[in-house]
Design a protein around this ligand. Structure first.
Ligand code: FES
Length: 105
């Protein structure tokens, strides 16, 4: 059961006990994480699930593919380790992952 530490900028960390094969977006919605709207329901077409993977987890989580990267280009707060939460599937190896949630996504 991978625990995810969501860190909304300027707000308290929210710990979510996610399930393997959930996406980061689903875990965020389950935990009531602010700023994650997931308007498109997880089909990589809205970018309202934008998150930033903490540096120490970025390699394990991996990079966005081309389609996801194009969608991320529409996000003003994009950073080097930005991902769309709906495109990151969680595994037990991700237990303890830290995810920053920009105030505006
Ligand atoms: Fe729309 Fe992730 S929920 S791109």
């Amino acid at each position: 059961m991978p625990k995810v530490l969501f860190e909304p900028e300027g707000e308290a960390t929210i710990e979510v006990d996610a399930l393997e094969d959930m996406t980061l977006m689903e875990a965020a919605l389950m935990g009531g994480v602010p700023h994650i709207l997931a308007s498109c329901g997880g089909i990589c077409s809205c970018a309202t699930c934008h998150v930033v993977i903490a540096d120490e987890w970025a390699d394990l989580i991996g990079k966005a593919n081309e389609e996801e990267s194009e969608m991320l280009d529409t996000v003003a707060s994009r950073r080097p380790h930005s991902r769309l939460g709906c495109q990151v599937k969680l595994a037990n190896a991700h237990d303890g992952v830290r995810v920053i949630v920009p105030g505006e996504s």
